[in-house]
Design a protein around this ligand. Structure first.
Ligand code: AMP
Length: 174
Protein backbone atom coordinates (compact mmCIF):
# COMPACT_ATOMS: atom_id res chain seq x y z
CA UNK A 1 0.00 0.00 0.00
CA UNK A 2 1.21 3.48 -0.86
CA UNK A 3 0.86 4.80 2.70
CA UNK A 4 3.03 1.94 4.00
CA UNK A 5 5.74 2.85 1.47
CA UNK A 6 5.68 6.45 2.74
CA UNK A 7 5.54 5.45 6.42
CA UNK A 8 8.48 3.07 6.06
CA UNK A 9 10.64 5.94 4.78
CA UNK A 10 10.01 8.31 7.70
CA UNK A 11 13.02 8.42 9.98
CA UNK A 12 12.80 8.98 13.74
CA UNK A 13 15.46 11.34 15.04
CA UNK A 14 15.44 11.31 18.86
CA UNK A 15 16.18 14.49 20.83
CA UNK A 16 15.89 16.91 17.89
CA UNK A 17 15.63 19.89 18.01
CA UNK A 18 15.79 19.39 21.76
CA UNK A 19 15.75 16.58 24.32
CA UNK A 20 12.56 14.55 24.55
CA UNK A 21 11.30 15.34 21.02
CA UNK A 22 11.24 12.51 18.52
CA UNK A 23 11.57 14.33 15.23
CA UNK A 24 9.82 12.70 12.28
CA UNK A 25 12.33 13.31 9.50
CA UNK A 26 10.67 13.39 6.07
CA UNK A 27 13.88 14.09 4.10
CA UNK A 28 14.11 10.30 3.81
CA UNK A 29 10.68 10.31 2.13
CA UNK A 30 11.73 13.09 -0.26
CA UNK A 31 14.89 11.30 -1.40
CA UNK A 32 12.90 8.20 -2.30
CA UNK A 33 11.21 8.82 -5.67
CA UNK A 34 8.41 6.30 -5.03
CA UNK A 35 7.56 7.51 -1.53
CA UNK A 36 7.67 11.20 -2.51
CA UNK A 37 5.51 10.74 -5.60
CA UNK A 38 3.06 8.51 -3.70
CA UNK A 39 2.61 11.22 -1.08
CA UNK A 40 1.91 13.94 -3.68
CA UNK A 41 -0.24 11.65 -5.87
CA UNK A 42 -2.37 10.51 -2.93
CA UNK A 43 -3.05 14.09 -1.87
CA UNK A 44 -3.83 15.10 -5.47
CA UNK A 45 -6.21 12.15 -5.81
CA UNK A 46 -7.95 12.97 -2.53
CA UNK A 47 -8.60 16.58 -3.56
CA UNK A 48 -9.30 16.09 -7.27
CA UNK A 49 -13.06 16.71 -6.88
CA UNK A 50 -12.64 19.74 -4.59
CA UNK A 51 -12.88 23.26 -5.93
CA UNK A 52 -9.45 24.69 -5.16
CA UNK A 53 -7.98 27.96 -6.42
CA UNK A 54 -4.72 28.00 -4.46
CA UNK A 55 -2.52 25.71 -2.43
CA UNK A 56 -0.82 27.42 0.50
CA UNK A 57 2.30 25.73 1.90
CA UNK A 58 3.75 26.40 5.35
CA UNK A 59 7.51 27.09 5.56
CA UNK A 60 9.59 25.09 5.16
CA UNK A 61 8.57 21.46 4.61
CA UNK A 62 5.05 22.50 3.61
CA UNK A 63 6.66 24.26 0.63
CA UNK A 64 8.03 20.96 -0.66
CA UNK A 65 4.80 18.97 -0.59
CA UNK A 66 2.59 22.00 -1.25
CA UNK A 67 4.40 23.20 -4.35
CA UNK A 68 4.65 19.69 -5.81
CA UNK A 69 0.91 19.28 -5.21
CA UNK A 70 0.13 22.69 -6.75
CA UNK A 71 2.15 21.78 -9.84
CA UNK A 72 0.48 18.37 -10.11
CA UNK A 73 -3.03 19.85 -9.71
CA UNK A 74 -2.41 22.90 -11.89
CA UNK A 75 -3.07 25.37 -9.04
CA UNK A 76 -1.26 28.48 -7.87
CA UNK A 77 1.06 28.18 -4.86
CA UNK A 78 1.09 30.60 -1.91
CA UNK A 79 3.94 30.60 0.63
CA UNK A 80 3.12 31.07 4.32
CA UNK A 81 6.45 32.12 5.77
CA UNK A 82 8.42 32.82 8.93
CA UNK A 83 8.53 36.53 9.88
CA UNK A 84 10.51 38.99 7.79
CA UNK A 85 10.88 36.79 4.71
CA UNK A 86 8.02 37.97 2.51
CA UNK A 87 8.87 41.21 0.67
CA UNK A 88 5.46 42.88 0.20
CA UNK A 89 2.76 43.87 2.73
CA UNK A 90 1.95 41.00 5.11
CA UNK A 91 -0.46 39.83 7.78
CA UNK A 92 1.07 38.10 10.81
CA UNK A 93 -0.20 35.58 13.39
CA UNK A 94 1.80 34.30 16.40
CA UNK A 95 1.47 30.76 17.75
CA UNK A 96 2.95 28.17 20.09
CA UNK A 97 5.05 25.32 18.74
CA UNK A 98 5.73 21.87 20.22
CA UNK A 99 9.14 23.35 20.98
CA UNK A 100 8.85 27.15 21.38
CA UNK A 101 7.01 30.18 19.95
CA UNK A 102 6.92 31.53 16.45
CA UNK A 103 4.96 33.65 13.99
CA UNK A 104 3.83 33.17 10.43
CA UNK A 105 3.14 35.69 7.69
CA UNK A 106 1.27 35.77 4.40
CA UNK A 107 1.15 38.43 1.72
CA UNK A 108 -1.97 40.51 2.26
CA UNK A 109 -2.84 40.28 -1.44
CA UNK A 110 -1.97 36.58 -1.88
CA UNK A 111 -5.62 35.50 -2.21
CA UNK A 112 -8.52 37.34 -3.82
CA UNK A 113 -11.41 37.43 -1.30
CA UNK A 114 -13.65 34.37 -1.60
CA UNK A 115 -11.11 32.17 -3.38
CA UNK A 116 -10.71 28.57 -2.17
CA UNK A 117 -7.46 27.65 -0.48
CA UNK A 118 -6.06 24.26 0.52
CA UNK A 119 -3.33 24.53 3.17
CA UNK A 120 -0.50 21.96 3.17
CA UNK A 121 2.17 21.10 5.73
CA UNK A 122 4.33 18.04 6.29
CA UNK A 123 3.21 17.27 9.83
CA UNK A 124 0.48 18.04 12.37
CA UNK A 125 1.90 18.03 15.91
CA UNK A 126 0.30 20.27 18.56
CA UNK A 127 -1.66 22.17 15.90
CA UNK A 128 -0.40 25.69 16.65
CA UNK A 129 1.23 26.12 13.25
CA UNK A 130 -1.82 24.89 11.35
CA UNK A 131 -4.14 27.03 13.47
CA UNK A 132 -2.04 30.12 12.67
CA UNK A 133 -2.01 29.30 8.95
CA UNK A 134 -5.80 28.93 8.91
CA UNK A 135 -6.18 32.30 10.70
CA UNK A 136 -3.85 33.96 8.18
CA UNK A 137 -5.69 32.67 5.10
CA UNK A 138 -9.04 33.72 6.62
CA UNK A 139 -7.60 37.14 7.55
CA UNK A 140 -6.87 37.94 3.92
CA UNK A 141 -10.29 36.74 2.75
CA UNK A 142 -9.54 33.17 1.62
CA UNK A 143 -12.01 30.33 2.10
CA UNK A 144 -10.40 27.23 3.61
CA UNK A 145 -11.18 24.09 1.59
CA UNK A 146 -9.21 22.00 4.05
CA UNK A 147 -5.80 21.37 5.51
CA UNK A 148 -3.62 18.45 4.48
CA UNK A 149 -0.65 16.79 6.16
CA UNK A 150 1.57 13.91 5.22
CA UNK A 151 1.91 12.94 8.91
CA UNK A 152 -0.26 13.41 11.99
CA UNK A 153 1.11 12.81 15.49
CA UNK A 154 -2.27 11.79 16.90
CA UNK A 155 -1.14 11.63 20.53
CA UNK A 156 -0.52 15.40 20.50
CA UNK A 157 -4.20 16.02 19.65
CA UNK A 158 -3.38 18.92 17.32
CA UNK A 159 -6.65 18.53 15.43
CA UNK A 160 -8.55 19.63 18.54
CA UNK A 161 -7.01 23.08 18.10
CA UNK A 162 -8.32 23.45 14.56
CA UNK A 163 -11.75 24.91 13.74
CA UNK A 164 -14.61 22.35 13.62
CA UNK A 165 -15.51 23.31 10.07
CA UNK A 166 -11.95 22.73 8.79
CA UNK A 167 -11.60 19.40 6.98
CA UNK A 168 -8.36 17.68 8.00
CA UNK A 169 -6.65 15.20 5.70
CA UNK A 170 -3.57 13.18 6.59
CA UNK A 171 -1.86 10.30 4.89
CA UNK A 172 -0.05 8.72 7.85
CA UNK A 173 -0.48 8.74 11.61
CA UNK A 174 1.72 7.85 14.56
P1 AMP B 1 2.76 22.08 15.64
O1 AMP B 1 2.54 23.56 15.53
O2 AMP B 1 3.11 21.65 17.02
O3 AMP B 1 1.60 21.30 15.05
O4 AMP B 1 4.05 21.74 14.78
C1 AMP B 1 3.97 21.53 13.44
C2 AMP B 1 5.18 22.03 12.72
O5 AMP B 1 6.39 21.77 13.41
C3 AMP B 1 5.27 21.35 11.38
O6 AMP B 1 5.60 22.35 10.43
C4 AMP B 1 6.35 20.33 11.55
O7 AMP B 1 7.21 20.37 10.46
C5 AMP B 1 7.10 20.71 12.81
N1 AMP B 1 7.16 19.64 13.83
C6 AMP B 1 6.65 19.70 15.08
N2 AMP B 1 6.91 18.59 15.77
C7 AMP B 1 7.57 17.77 14.94
C8 AMP B 1 8.08 16.44 15.07
N3 AMP B 1 7.97 15.74 16.20
N4 AMP B 1 8.67 15.92 13.98
C9 AMP B 1 8.79 16.61 12.83
N5 AMP B 1 8.33 17.86 12.66
C10 AMP B 1 7.73 18.45 13.70
Amino acid sequence: MATEVIKSKIRDVPDFPREGIIFKDITTVLRDPKAFSHAVDMLADHFKKHKIDYIAGIEARGFIFGSALAYKMGKGFIPIRKPGKLPAKTERVSYELEYGNDSLEIHTDAVEPGKNVLIVDDLLATGGTAEAAIKLVKKIGGVIVGIAFVVELEFLKGREKLPDDCKITRLISF
